[in-house]
Write a new protein. Sequence first.
Lengths: 299, 299
Amino acid sequence: MKIGLIGLGKMGQAIAYRLSKNNFEIIAFDPKVSQIDDVENISFESSLNDVTQKTNIIWVMVPAGDITDNVIKDLSKLLKPESIVIDGGNSNFENTKKRYSLLKEKNIHLLDCGTSGGIAGKINGYSLMIGGDKEIFENTKKIFKAIAAPNGFNYMGPSGAGHYVKMIHNGIEYSLLQSYAEGFDLLKNNSNYENLDLEKISDTWLHGSVIRSWILELCKSVFNQDQELKSISGSIGENQTGRWTLKEAEKENISMKLLKEALNIRTESRQTGGNFGTKVVAMLRNKFGGHEVKKLIKN
Amino acid sequence: MKIGLIGLGKMGQAIAYRLSKNNFEIIAFDPKVSQIDDVENISFESSLNDVTQKTNIIWVMVPAGDITDNVIKDLSKLLKPESIVIDGGNSNFENTKKRYSLLKEKNIHLLDCGTSGGIAGKINGYSLMIGGDKEIFENTKKIFKAIAAPNGFNYMGPSGAGHYVKMIHNGIEYSLLQSYAEGFDLLKNNSNYENLDLEKISDTWLHGSVIRSWILELCKSVFNQDQELKSISGSIGENQTGRWTLKEAEKENISMKLLKEALNIRTESRQTGGNFGTKVVAMLRNKFGGHEVKKLIKN
């Protein structure tokens, strides 16, 4: 089965890898990428137009916002009726609904797919939250199955529901990261027990404790490399999904106090360079998403 | 090998079960319990004195505070030198240090053991964080191995370190529970997508997402039974460990803003009956710890 893939960044390449391992033929386009070492059965096209000449099912994996907008608009002009576009990025659900309507005018179908799992998902498979027309989802299950972890994909609801659920997933993620970070900050900097071994503690908690999780596995991996984190900044970056979640919660009169604090802490961390806890968050974001960690340059 | 076990509540019975499965002979005392159906190789004694006549290694699994204090004081009078007492409860680490010194005067050894895993630990095994004299820990590893999940026990440091690490574990747990609860509250009560399936969402997230965890498994189990939670109160109980953690953080000048919010939300929930999110937390506490959930009585 042929599938178009627009965007070959970190996540796009991981998607290509999983599709290729599951015997899809990939028709790819990214103006900056014309080779991926570990993906077979892929052709690199030089334009969107070239992709749409060869397949009418297109996975879009580009940054949220204007770039996604432009790709969707171009596809609306290039694709034939009954084509299917899947937006696997972190688009705002309101934008997704607009794009769904735009494509619907041309009788082109848009599915939205929230994609969680970070760079490790390349091997483990992803958790996929899908929105759009149920019938179109049913007809494209094979694609999601290839990309997802075993049992890791489900239909969430009408257009935008996939991105909506992913947005809230990310909101929860912000608070979870900060929750662990606060605890490790106290463990590291308490005056009662010096030199508590944060790797050993993470490892102990991973086996049988109430707070075991994949994020805790990443904590262990961070502390395995470095428990001091002296050479990095505690400045934490972010994409927009956390703020969107909080804004949506405020609109709906739902209290998300932990998320609000977690976002404030990130803002502060970028102004002050943060503390040991925010360094842990920065390292965790690097571990799961490959997000940059700023190095401190010592005089 | 014979081991004394003082306290046969939910957690004490689970410890007895694991010891029994691992071929320990249990000399038990709890004034309220004289039978446990699924534990073999156990004798029920009628006093602490009877227990100390039969073994000089005693696991104490009673509520933190005065009860633990009384048991330790009594044991200090009854046990011979070189006996070993293990406090597996949620004692405050400062009290543990005092009890350690008290017993040390009689040349009796106290290990503190933070025990995480809730009622599910009976089958899965526990995560054990152990403090005290390293040599005594080394000599009693067999006991911890029997109770722990595979690879789920480690030495943390001198007396109180086990309870200290467990206290902070609980502080993290408070924030993690509230993090998920906020997200599910918005998913449940948003006006964009009605009737999002919280069980299906939990299940999708469990397979490959960044936020997969054991607590999320419990969320799925809660929503499998009931996604409305109309018949229960959102009042969340607590033990003291969360407050201890926050107090300790403030003493050490470490910011734990998420924990502070999570604790405030619990206090408010007991005054107001809470919201959907706090109902989720109450149900999660019931799932992992067997803690009571208040039923609402409708007119």
